[in-house]
Design a protein around this ligand. Structure first.
Ligand code: NAP
Length: 527
């Protein structure tokens, strides 16, 4: 049942004067639930609890933390149909998507539990002493990754489950040994509260310290800013707009003790369509891309917002087919009137730039908050001159850029800002004959795709979901997949430390049975 209250650790609290509702974009009316924004006292209490909980939570065994994560997944499943109903009401997204995202969220939690049970992720490294080394003896040094402290997580609008309350940021931080305070996204606070209740149930069932998790409601930026500025918060996870991510990044760097902000922000995900591939499979790719651009009303950070090609019959045919295919697709409801307004403004701004031509625009009637998809074409020279054309339009919108030759194509790629993904549609022969293309694209992106679509982000250890700025604030880290845990840990070296006071992962007897780097050798043997 939705109460509208915050979770300050295990305690529910609604002391704030400020209240708000979520919104049903399909019915175009507010939902029935009233949410209480967290006030200063509640924020302070949540941070205090998290800071206290860190002392014990960070020291729990991997199997205890794994059990917590698996129980969260079970409790999310136990929320049953109520979660699906609230999710669809608050987001306008279809039921199938809600079920899929719930499965993905539970899968992520379980994947981190498996990672913990395997254990080698802590990168235990042992260099034993050489007391007789000349000219100086070598001391015993052992290092491993240790959690950094309480983390503030900002739920994102476009993934009410998988990138929100118990999403990848929360799952990875809890796995690392860091308590989490979620700043709930105001567009789906009810979904957030239900998931928070599942986390709290799981925390109690597995005897986690009170404060290991809190969920704070907020309808504007204040709660998030206070959390980011709080001296006891040691890291921030964020998915959303460039403006939001950069505001938090700047705040975190102005603190007396700056902290890392892992913000995953905008991306237009360039796709390069090469002639031979289009000659062989142009119709197939145009249908695939019409679907990819409009999937989820285009509200994916991996949405293909930029299609590049070399002028010629193949590219013209492809673009014509793409415009026909995309106009056939029924528009879908966007997450919220604000996101819909943002889409209309962005589409209007880019489409009205000089020398652009709209080649596809859904013309039929649409209900309120349903996004009519659109494709715009432009010459590469115009694209190179006008940075407005490089902006992300969050929604089912894509810009097609025609280049005169390979050289101009490379010029356009070189002028792009950092991106989450880059895609090449080509034959293997085209790829081999044009090695400058993958090299140039790799400089700008975190994930490079051959003959596919960028939408659909697999959760697995090799996934990189991040990229050079502004795709994310730190291109060395991913926010999806088990490597995301690395954002919430730091290496600590123990020098000449008493054997039985070392963390288990670093003791001579390898009771955890994990792989370790011992005197330069990867091994799981005892010392
Ligand atoms: P957002 O506006 O960046 O907000 C995300 C979260 O950050 C919200 O909880 C928001 O709080 C908070 N926030 C935003 N600005 C802040 C600031 N200056 N200080 C402190 N907190 C701040 O993103 P959104 O609501 O998810 O969607 C809006 C736009 O973001 C979309 O139209 C789209 O352009 C972009 N977006 C991009 C991606 C991506 O993956 N690249 C994903 C989703 C959205 P409040 O809402 O409480 O103000």
């Amino acid at each position: 049942m939705i109460t509208g209250k915050n979770y300050i650790g295990e305690a529910q609290s609604g002391k704030g004067d400020k209240t708000y509702h979520t919104f049903n974009p399909k019915l175009n009316i507010p939902t029935e639930w009233t949410f209480y924004e967290a006030n200063h006292e509640e924020i302070e209490a949540a941070v205090e609890k998290a800071s206290k909980a860190f002392n014990s939570y960070s020291k729990l065994s991997h199997s205890q933390r794994a059990s917590f994560l698996n129980t969260i997944a079970d409790e999310i499943e136990a929320l049953g149909e109520e979660l699906i109903t609230v999710y669809t009401q608050e987001s306008g997204l279809p039921e199938g998507r809600a079920r899929g995202e719930r499965g993905r969220t539970m899968g992520q939690l379980r994947a981190f539990a498996t990672l913990l049970m395997e254990g080698s992720w802590v990168e235990a490294t042992i260099d034993t002493a050489l007391p007789k080394r000349e000219p100086l003896p070598k001391v015993d040094l052992r290092s491993m990754l240790m959690p950094i402290g309480p983390i503030a997580v900002f739920g994102s609008s476009n993934f009410p489950l998988a990138f929100s309350t118990a999403g990848g940021d929360t799952a990875s931080a809890l796995a690392a040994g860091c308590p989490v305070i979620v700043k709930s996204h105001p567009m789906h606070a009810g979904t957030g509260e239900l998931v928070a209740s599942a986390i709290i149930k799981a925390a109690k069932a597995t005897n986690m310290p009170d404060g290991v998790f809190s969920n704070l409601n907020s309808s504007d930026v204040t709660v998030g800013q206070l959390l980011t500025m709080h001296p006891k918060i040691k890291g921030v996870g964020f998915t959303g707009s460039i403006n939001g991510g950069m505001a938090l990044y700047r705040l975190a760097n102005q603190r007396k003790e700056p902290i890392p902000v892992f913000a995953e922000m905008g991306s237009i995900n360039p796709v390069v369509a090469l002639p031979k591939a289009l000659e062989e499979k142009g119709a197939y790719w145009s249908a695939q891309y019409a679907n990819s651009i409009t999937l989820g009303a285009g509200q994916f950070c991996t949405n293909p917002g930029l299609i590049l090609g070399i002028k010629g019959t193949e590219f013209s045919n492809f673009v014509n087919k793409l415009s026909k295919e995309i106009e056939k697709i029924e528009p879908a409801c966007m997450l919220h009137p604000n996101i819909y307004e943002g889409y209309l403004e962005g589409k209007q701004e880019l489409s009205s730039q000089a020398n652009t031509k709209q080649i596809a625009d859904f013309k039929g009637d649409t209900p309120p908050n349903y996004a009519a998809q659109s494709v715009v074409t432009v010459e590469a020279s115009t694209f190179l001159e006008n940075p407005i054309l490089h902006r992300e339009v969050f929604g089912p919108f894509s810009i097609v850029v025609s280049c005169t030759d390979q050289e101009e194509l490379l010029q356009v790629i070189g002028a792009l800002e950092g991106q989450l993904t880059g895609t090449i549609l080509g034959t293997e022969e085209e790829l081999k004959n044009f090695p400058e293309l993958p090299n140039a694209l790799m400089q700008r992106v975190g994930r490079i795709i051959f003959n596919g679509v960028p939408t659909g982000v697999e959760v697995c250890p090799s996934m990189m979901h991040g990229g050079p700025f502004p795709a994310s604030t730190d291109s060395r880290f991913t926010s999806v997949g088990t490597s995301a845990i690395k954002r919430w840990v730091r290496p600590v070296s123990f020098q000449s430390w008493p054997e039985d006071l070392l963390p288990q992962a670093l003791q001579n007897n390898n009771v955890l049975g994990i792989m370790r780097l011992v005197n330069g050798e990867n091994t799981d043997r005892n010392i």
